[in-house]
Design a protein around this ligand. Structure first.
Ligand code: NAD
Ligand code: DAU
Length: 334
């Protein structure tokens, strides 16, 4: 089989590419990535010369590029997106272009050549849970509440619309918060780990009692693999890590694992429209795909802390250029 993986130079996409090539030695794979600030070819350095792997720098919203590549493959696995909620609060245009228009262009190409597509989405499309609400599942109505999740919801709707309208062979997965190695250090966990290593305070939004469900990135990649291999066309599958936890409790774990203390905690102004709680029920993935998460939060977080400690060059590369400008702007606004 030949795959077109989009956004493969990012956090989850690069893990997926490694996972797929390791477990499917006879397959070939093209990685189409625009190399935004979040795309990093260092994530794929070890497979650069693998004859099964080809990298193409390009935009999923560019029809010519997309049509020429989709023609060559059996399946598209779409990771490419703008993914950071805080950035979407500052401006949504790039999110609309990549997440909505980009997905539409991929769908048109998949339709033209009669291929299959798996669309990687998020639990944020379901909105925010109250303290006593049951976790999100495949039947939870869509209710996105921030600009990022609104664009991801729009892309999911388009994918489903192409299934009903044009009979496209699609599947969708909605997953909770991923964590692991190679995660861009603007997101909560890697930002806090890097700050703690550097002896800087960690900016906890509001009271820090917001809850998230954390899934180890390679568990998510196994889930996507299971959908590609065993999922039913037209269906959605939810993936989660097995339970929600308050941000402040995760912060305390990171403090302990980096050998710091609670004087490093700084409560700052809350994120606008901050969703209070996410949690995911993965019963359907368990029953229909035989999938379950395998890494517990503390175990994964220790591995993550170890990796960030041992990879200062990777962090240095991420923290230059566009990222620094964004970081500065964020803090000037506080
Ligand atoms: P990321 O920000 O680390 O990587 C995104 C990648 O997409 C980058 O390599 C970037 O260069 C590329 N990209 C962006 N726009 C593009 C475009 N127009 N054309 C081609 N490439 C483009 O993101 P991630 O955390 O790896 O997330 C991957 C996917 O998984 C996204 O669709 C995201 O919505 C979804 N998701 C993420 C999480 C999470 O916790 N990180 C959870 C659930 C779902
Ligand atoms: O739920 C899946 C989503 O998880 C994905 O779709 C997104 O792409 C991904 O970025 C992530 O979104 P979150 O907004 O949940 O992740 P983030 O790492 O930005 O924040 C996690 C929590 O930590 C959230 O409650 C906000 C809080 N936070 C974040 C940052 C960056 C802080 O308290 N301080 C911070 O500096």
């Amino acid at each position: 089989m030949k795959l077109l993986v989009t956004g493969g130079a990012g956090f989850i996409g690069s893990h997926f590419i490694h996972h797929w090539l390791e477990h499917h030695p006879d397959d070939a794979l093209i990685n189409l990535d625009k190399l935004t600030y979040a795309g990093n070819l260092m994530n794929l350095q070890d497979i650069e010369k693998d004859p099964r792997y080809t990298f193409v720098k390009g935009d999923i919203a560019d029809r010519e590029t997309v049509f020429s590549l989709v023609k060559e493959v059996d399946i598209v696995v779409n990771f490419a997106a703008e993914t950071h909620v805080d950035r979407s609060v500052m401006g949504v245009e790039e999110f609309i272009r990549s997440n909505v228009l980009g997905t539409a262009v991929l769908l048109d190409a998949v339709k033209e050549y009669g291929k299959r597509m798996h669309h990687v989405s998020t639990d944020e499309v379901f909105g925010a849970l109250g303290p006593e609400d049951p976790p999100f599942s495949e039947i939870t109505p869509y209710a996105p509440r921030n600009p990022y999740s609104a664009t991801k919801a729009a892309s999911d709707h388009l994918v489903r619309a192409y299934y009903y309208t044009h009979g496209l062979q699609i599947t969708i997965s909605n997953c909770s918060n991923n964590y692991g190695t190679h995660m861009f250090p603007e997101k909560f966990m890697p930002l806090f780990i890097c700050n703690l290593f550097e002896g800087k305070k960690v900016p906890v939004y509001g009271d820090g009692l917001q809850k998230r469900d954390w899934i180890w990135v390679d568990d998510h990649c196994r889930g996507i693999e299971a959908v590609i291999e065993k999922g039913k066309i037209g269906e959605t599958y939810c993936f989660g890590g097995g339970g929600d936890i308050a941000n402040i409790d995760v912060v305390k774990m990171m403090i302990e694992l980096t050998g710091r203390d609670e004087s490093f905690i700084e409560h700052v102004k809350d994120r606008a429209g901050h969703d209070r709680r996410y949690d995911v029920d993965y019963t359907k993935a368990k029953t229909e795909l035989g999938w379950e998460p395998s890494v517990r939060l503390r175990e994964g977080l220790s591995e993550m802390v170890r990796w960030y400690k041992n990879n200062p060059d990777w962090i240095e590369q991420c923290c230059s250029g566009a990222y620094q400008d964004y970081y500065k702007k964020q803090y000037e606004q506080r």
